[in-house]
Design a protein around this ligand. Sequence first.
Ligand code: P1T
Length: 382
Amino acid sequence: MKFNTKTIHGGQKPEETTGSVMPPIFQTSTYAQSSPGTHKGFVYSRAANPTRTALEDNFASLENGTHGFAFSSGLSAIDCVLRLLNPGDEVITGDDLYGGTYRMFTKIFAKYGLKFQYVNMDSVENFANAISSATKLIWLETPTNPLMKIADIEEITKAVKAKNSHILVAVDNTFATPYLQQPLDLGADIVMHSATKYLGGHSDLVMGALMVKEEKLAKELHFIQFAAGAISGPMDSFLALRGIKTLHVRMQRHCENGKAVAEFLVNHNKVGEVYYPGFEDHPNHEIAKKQMKDFGGMVSFSLKDESTDAAFQFLENTKVFTLAESLGGVESLVSHPVTMTHASIPESERLKIGITDSLIRLSVGIEDIDDLLADLDQALNL
Ligand code: P1T
């Protein structure tokens, strides 16, 4: 199957007893056994639930993997990956990450003895040079949140595996979605999503996803999902499956609108820098072009007036863009990383990489582009 067909049919079959085309919401915690250990394949919903299984099979199909796992949030999916490691193990990651991922690394797992190195992802050598005998995991977020940096998944994976083939490479594919890039095909071992975002697509659930292609790793992750217990519930699993069926058409419009918004902003006299990997002068444009089918619907920018007051004036006055955390839904959202999504990163760290007080992040939705541009224009010209 090709990708657009997979969003609708990947891993799906009509339900066996009724022929129901959508999987029913199996709102049950447990399943009858005729004798101890004799059952129909389902024992307890933390281990497996038919609605979640339908979603997990679809997840695997979308990323060209063999196994998918659905979690109660994106962060619990990341938590599951980190639980593969042992105290003393080292993770190498990029220097621009979702604030909650950084907070989990620094405030939770560092205290259990994991070590984290943050490198500039522009150069493949930075990853290869940072590897030590303790390195067990490379964590890539690309495009990054909120600065839209791009890491070369294929080249980084090649360089890392050439040094030590046992090091796992995991990619947070939340911003790109499998519509734009498929990290398992580029050599990565694990793909992670905040399915809260584009996969779900309608801002009505919180969910995480992992996809893998290797049996042993799938078994280990399934064991952690089952034993630690951060699973997605049946209703949310149903909603995510429903959302994914339109992922390809939504993404096409997100990309068109994202490009139009980026081009509008770069020509606006109130706007400073625009962070969008589709621009030829974006430092990682060539990698984005090679690795992604298009450039997505996320655009960040700074104002020429770098004061917090100017940023707040803009943020308080958009009308179609809603001021809110999150991204990837059909509706356009605007956010202020410094006070919202990236508030957990110390000021000195965020200023070092360019998350300034006037940085604004847009999740460009699929509304009429004229309404979106008019809204940005009126809020910029106040
Ligand atoms: O919110 P949750 O579903 O737990 O996902 C966490 C997460 C992981 N990775 C990336 C790249 C993310 O953007 C997120 C969540 N981000 C937001 C809530 C946000 O507004 O950026």
